[in-house]
Design a protein around this ligand. Structure first.
Ligand code: MLT
Length: 251
């Protein structure tokens, strides 16, 4: 499993969303928040990590990532992710909560797909397998950002999406369709959580963030004004401040 790393201190494992790679965390990889050692893997098939057979379930992403923590001799970490990366982080907490010292859930949700959503995941997988990622990119890209996103950020995200292997994208779409509702694991987890969402996120909006906070015993909600689904790219300073505030409360 390929991973990028930056900074030093408390390990913070961050899992990317769909259909991206670890590059999605570029603001933090370039300038790591104080006191954390970032570990950002490419989930199976994405970026520079090899493809594996079958649907890329959230459990598969989680168990690959637990092996990476073993390999790095990291017993416990703050575990987080953006959107699909958040689904995988919650799957990791289900597989082995003892490895999770805190959760960082960015623009994500705990709910599973409904029947219509599952049908759409399969349709996306088939379309990507037959036609490549272009159709998915044109549907998804306008939904990722609020108005006013910088053209450079949009272009970098678009290039990242276009660079992903169709088979990895199809496998992850099917894997997301199979994911379970994670509210039970969030309710059981004692560890602190940061739940952050862009005010105008139309993929996994503030209502989804609030639903997660409501079931957790020790969660902090941060709604970032004026931005969409990739809040950490649209408002990197505000999101870093929110993360740093939360980290300082843990210390
Ligand atoms: C993501 O950003 O990872 C996806 O939009 C999540 C999803 O499609 O559920």
């Amino acid at each position: 499993m390929f991973y990028r790393s930056a900074g030093s201190g408390r390990p913070l494992l961050l899992l990317h969303g769909f259909p991206f790679s670890s590059e999605i965390f570029w603001p933090w990889l370039e300038e790591p928040p104080a006191g954390v050692r970032l570990i950002c893997p490419d989930l199976r098939g994405f970026g520079q990590s090899p493809m594996q057979p079958g649907p890329s379930t959230m459990e598969a992403f989680a168990s690959d990532t637990l092996k990476l923590l073993d390999q790095l001799a990291i017993p416990t970490a703050l575990v987080g992710g953006v959107s699909m990366g958040g689904y995988a982080a919650m799957a990791l907490a289900r597989l082995d909560p003892s490895r999770v010292s805190g959760l960082v859930l960015l623009d994500t949700q705990s709910s599973a797909d409904d029947a219509e959503g599952k049908t759409r995941r399969e349709a996306v997988a088939k379309d990507v397998e037959s036609n490549g990622v272009a159709g998915l990119v044109s549907t998804m890209l306008p939904r990722l950002f609020a108005e006013g996103v910088s053209p450079q950020v949009r272009a970098r995200v678009e290039a990242m999406m276009r660079a992903q292997r169709p088979e990895a994208v199809a496998a992850a779409s099917r894997g997301m369709g199979q994911r379970e509702d994670s509210r039970d694991i969030l309710a059981r987890l004692d560890a602190p959580a940061l739940v952050l969402v862009g005010e105008h996120d139309v993929v996994t909006g503030p209502d989804k963030a609030k639903a997660m906070v409501d079931v957790m015993s020790n969660a902090t909600l941060e709604v970032v004004a004026g931005v969409g689904h990739l809040a950490h790219l649209e408002a990197p300073a505000a999101v870093t401040q929110a993360l740093t505030r939360w980290l300082s409360k843990l210390a």
